[in-house]
Design a protein around this ligand. Structure first.
Ligand code: ASP
Length: 331
């Protein structure tokens, strides 16, 4: 029987990083083809075509790269791939996965994976992660799930997944709800499915609409806020304390900014919904929403930033942006 076709697109990252000549540490060097060749078991699971789409650390990827990648993925699926696996640096995996979830308008599985230990280290887990990802990409189980992250035999939905540890191979977690499934032996088990989905359609030509991400700290006087407009930002995501609080001194500057551009209120805790009407002091969540800020809802700061960036690129009006944050996945 013919094996399912899977496209592997590698972007670099630790999974592909080896000692470079004359270099003082490891850097992305292995091609997509080399990553796949290193795992002979893959050829029993799928017919894989591998390609190096980029070869950079996760920190070098840009939204332009991901927009191009989303188009490439749709093309591979339309040409017959059952699913697509993207390998990349774990530093930005949750962001890539979220962007692909929003941009790739197909039901075929899109899996993003990487490794925490590079191939020169004992216990390097890149090959195991790649094999597990190919299994997820070939199966019916993950169809229609949107983009997922597969590492450490767990499957995480794009909207929830976060990198939570600098070096632990179990770094990827979904603190709000847990993983949506797992891989065991050669099986893929999906145990829960995220409700709703959003597709953002971008015009053929888009331009960057820079969005700043600002984390509030204790005693912050907000002086950086004055610079946001001057620096050319067209949107701001503010990672506030707890359920959505900032020092009172920041409330007015945030209100002025919200009159000029979309200002989104997220929580620096990274998990849980921003509240709406629990606290009533200056700088509280209800005060800030009253002043025109838009709630990030369940989205953490980095995801809210990407969501806003893509909405602005899609030419969404201010009302459409507010509505999209109100119902990010249509429910
Ligand atoms: N530590 C990162 C990784 O796990 C490095 C990167 O993002 O390129 O791949």
């Amino acid at each position: 029987m013919a094996l399912p076709e899977v496209a592997v697109l590698s972007l670099g990252g630790t999974i592909s990083s080896t000692q470079t000549e004359g270099g003082s540490g490891v850097a992305p060097s292995l091609t997509g083809e080399a990553l796949v060749e290193d795992v002979p078991e893959i050829s029993e699971v799928a017919e894989v075509s591998a390609e190096s789409f980029r070869q950079v650390p996760g920190s070098e990827l840009t939204l332009e790269d991901l927009i191009e990648l989303a188009t490439e993925i749709e093309g591979r699926i339309d040409e017959g791939a059952t699913g697509v696996v993207v390998t990349q640096g774990t530093d930005t995996i949750e962001e890539t996965c979220f962007v692909l979830d929003l941009l790739v308008d197909r039901d075929a599985p899109v899996v993003v994976t990487g490794a925490m230990r590079n191939p020169t280290l004992p216990g390097a887990e890149g090959p195991a992660n790649l094999l597990a990802s190919v299994r997820v990409a070939t199966g019916e189980a993950a169809r229609g799930l949107g983009a997922v992250v597969v590492l450490n035999d767990e499957i995480h939905a794009a909207r929830f997944v976060q990198k939570t540890h600098t070096s632990n191979p179990a770094t990827f977690r979904s603190p709000l709800v847990g993983p949506v499934g797992y891989v065991f032996e050669d099986n893929v088990r999906i145990v829960t499915r995220p409700v709703g989905r959003r597709h953002i359609e971008l015009p053929e030509e888009t331009r960057d609409h820079p969005v700043a991400l600002y984390t509030v700290g204790l005693g912050d006087d907000g002086r950086l806020l004055e610079q946001i407009g001057r620096l050319g930002y067209e949107g701001l995501v503010i990672e506030a304390f707890g359920v959505g609080h900032v020092p009172s001194v920041m409330a007015e500057p945030l209100e002025s900014l919200a009159n000029e551009m979309p200002v989104v209120l997220a929580s620096r805790t990274g998990s849980g919904e921003v509240h709406r009407e629990t606290y009533g002091f200056t700088g509280s969540e209800s005060d800030l929403l009253e002043r025109g800020l838009i709630s990030a809802g369940m989205l953490d700061g980095p995801k809210a930033r990407l969501f806003l960036s893509l909405l602005l690129r899609s030419e969404a009006s201010r009302e459409e942006v507010a509505e999209a944050f109100e119902h990010p996945f249509g429910t």
